[in-house]
Design a protein around this ligand. Structure first.
Ligand SMILES: Cc1cc2nc3c(=O)[nH]c(=O)nc-3n(C[C@H](O)[C@H](O)[C@H](O)COP(=O)(O)O)c2cc1C
Length: 387
């Protein structure tokens, strides 16, 4: 008996060491409340809040240029080296992720006593036939700071919470106050929020979400692209600070290190057929435990529409937190690669019949479990000063 216990302890200790469980988690530093304040330049301070926002595949595809001639101005660029072209061939999700960042900057600005004037595409929009080069040349936004009274803000406090909760949600429908508060955030710019809570809609949207996930699970190049940014252990998480990790699949604490140790030793646990099956199972659990879906719909599908949808999504997530609600995008059926075309077209016809675009489909509800925080890059790695 003592021998068995001893062997188990040896195995667990080995897995813990392989996982890097003893390491300092530098990839978590940006979540600390004092992190942004360590920067005296308010632009860097606000960028440090911006990078807490949600992004597609946690790519954090952001570049910041500080204006050398104006200490109150800075620019956000989409980082073309961070495109995920298989899953997001039109870079639509990447542009939504620019908006999520901008809204966080604006919310942090209010708290820190800065009005952030945001001008989208100040040098004009992209040359779509030369997209990557265009992203490098043209900023998504120019941000200019001016002093305003500092305001304590529940939305700011919520920026320190995880944006994405992939766990089961309680079955309770949203209260009429929760629903109307979220719906009232539809922006003046034209991005609107649609909420679905009827049994029929829940089933129908759930079927689309599951069909999308099942198709995606079968497209090897898309799965490979996602698996390539999976960080198996603490060494990799500290090195890259973006992408996925086991926390996103609902594992935390000591179990996290055991699983990370196993996945490091046996990578096939989280690649190929195993990864695909995991993904389908996970989506099945999600859709079976969802009391409401919501969508952000735009009339057009311009780059500005996409960025504004991201801003609205951040606003929804943060407001949701203040109402005790959490969210999770389910993007697959909205993705533009050829294998998704049949459900993509059917979904669009059903939920945006007037030719609009569903920019984000997401679950909403009261969580049954809290979600862990995910990796974040160091703000200084976003910044270049050659403007
Ligand atoms: C445009 C966009 C699409 C996303 N799509 C999905 C998705 O399909 N499934 C999912 O679980 N999370 C999705 N997410 C959430 C990201 O994976 C998440 O923001 C990222 O991993 C960081 O985690 P956090 O939001 O908890 O900080 C999406 C986020 C954005 C901005």
């Amino acid at each position: 008996m003592a021998g068995i216990i001893g062997s188990c302890l040896v195995v667990l200790t080995a897995l813990y060491l392989i996982s890097g469980g003893f390491m300092k988690q530098t990839y978590m530093e940006p979540w600390s409340k004092g992190y942004a304040e360590t920067y005296s330049d308010p632009r860097v301070c606000l960028a440090a809040s911006g990078l807490l926002a949600a992004s597609n595949h946690n790519m954090q595809p952001w570049k910041i240029k500080l204006d050398k001639s104006d200490s109150m101005a800075f620019y956000l660029y989409a980082d073309s080296s961070r495109m995920t072209s298989e899953v997001d061939p039109d870079a639509r999700q990447m542009m939504i992720s620019q908006g999520t960042f901008l809204e966080y900057v604006a919310v942090a600005g209010e708290k820190e006593g800065w009005n952030v004037d945001i001008e989208l595409f100040p040098d004009g929009t992209y040359d779509e036939s030369n997209l990557a080069e265009s992203m490098d040349m043209k900023p998504v936004a120019k941000m200019v700071l001016s002093r305003s009274p500092s305001q304590s803000s529940a939305l700011y406090e919520a920026t320190f919470l995880p944006d994405t909760n992939r766990e089961a949600y309680k079955t309770d429908q949203l209260s009429s106050t929760q629903a109307s508060t979220l719906e009232s955030l539809s922006s003046e710019s034209g991005a609107s929020i649609k909420l679905y809570q009827d049994k029929g809609d829940l089933e129908r949207i759930g079927e689309y979400a599951l069909e999308g996930a099942t198709i995606e699970a079968g497209v090897t190049r898309v799965m490979d692209e996602s698996n390539a940014i999976f960080r198996a252990n603490e060494y990799e998480k500290n090195e890259y600070r973006y992408g996925y990790s086991v926390e996103g699949q609902g594992t935390s604490g000591f179990m996290r290190d055991i699983l990370q140790g196993l996945v490091t030793l046996f990578p096939s646990m989280n690649t190929g057929t195993a990864a695909s099956q995991n993904f389908i199972n996970y989506t099945q659990t999600s859709v079976s435990n969802t009391p409401a879906y919501a969508m952000i719909v735009t009339t057009g599908n311009s780059r500005i529409d996409q960025v504004e949808s991201g801003m609205l999504y951040s606003k929804l997530v943060l407001t949701g937190h203040t109402l005790g609600l959490v969210m999770q995008p389910l993007s697959q059926v909205l993705e533009e690669y050829p294998e998704m075309q049949v459900p993509y077209t059917a979904f669009k016809q059903e939920y945006a019949p007037d030719g609009g675009t569903v920019q984000i489909l997401f679950r909403v509800g009261v969580p049954t479990e809290s979600a862990p925080l995910s990796m974040r890059r160091d703000v200084q790695s976003l910044i270049s000063e050659d403007e």
